[in-house]
Design a protein around this ligand. Structure first.
Ligand SMILES: Nc1ncnc2c1ncn2[C@@H]1O[C@H](COP(=O)(O)OP(=O)(O)OP(=O)(O)O)[C@@H](O)[C@H]1O
Ligand SMILES: O=C(O)C1=C[C@@H](O)[C@@H](O)[C@H](O)C1
Ligand SMILES: [Mg+2]
Length: 174
């Protein structure tokens, strides 16, 4: 199996962290759309949003998603990639989509410890745990409808990788 693997989920669910570990486990190449987009723009996401607005960021995100997609690649996406129907269809039709699902309390704890504001400018202007709650309520259904597999992402990265590999093997065997 060399189909690309897309990791989707809320900010802080571990797409980047788990994606790097999954890449090592399956011998694929790792790409992170947030990192690729910032490298191409030579600006942080916070700077892009400040100078060009969220809709320009979203357009860059769609172009990045399409340009990085290739076989044998684990693609960690930005938390809002599923907002666009074009992105949702693209991922479902061009690879295997895994939703890293974690409760608000776990997400908020991780984001409070590692806010990385240059990559995660505020979406609502509210405190982190309120924002995580509000944004996940709006997006959870979109993550679920886009995913081929939903995986519990609240454990350690190695445990999440094991769950993903199990889901992929079960899918291949059936
Ligand atoms: N499974 C995990 N267990 C414990 N800590 C984790 C886990 N996954 C990620 N973290 C920590 O939580 C923080 C956020 O993780 P990460 O950057 O991988 O999330 P993300 O889903 O890529 O977020 P974003 O959508 O903003 O890119 C990191 O500092 C990381 O060390
Ligand atoms: O949840 C979101 O909408 C975002 C998540 C980050 O990964 C970045 O893609 C950006 O900060 C937007
Ligand atoms: Mg990330």
């Amino acid at each position: 199996m060399t189909q690309p693997i897309f990791l989707i989920g809320a900010r802080g669910c571990g797409k980047t962290t788990v994606g790097e570990a999954l890449t090592r486990a399956c011998g694929f190449i790792f790409i992170d759309t947030d990192q690729a987009l910032q490298a191409k723009a030579q600006k942080s996401i916070a700077e892009i949003v400040e100078e060009e607005g969220w809709s320009a960021f979203r357009a860059r995100e769609t172009a990045t998603l399409q340009s990085v997609t290739q076989p044998a690649t684990v693609i960690a996406t930005g938390g809002g990639i599923i907002l666009s129907p074009v992105n949702r269809d693209f991922m479902r039709n061009n690879g295997i989509v895994i939703y890293l699902n974690a409760p608000v309390s776990v997400l908020a704890e991780r984001l409070e410890a590692f806010p990385e504001e240059a990559q995660r400018p505020t979406l609502t202007g509210k405190p982190i745990s309120e924002e995580v709650h509000e944004v996940l309520a709006q997006r959870d259904a979109l993550y679920r409808q886009t995913a081929h597999h939903v995986v519990d992402a609240s454990g350690a990265p190695e445990a999440v990788v094991r769950e993903i590999l199990t889901a992929l093997q079960v899918a291949r065997a059936s």
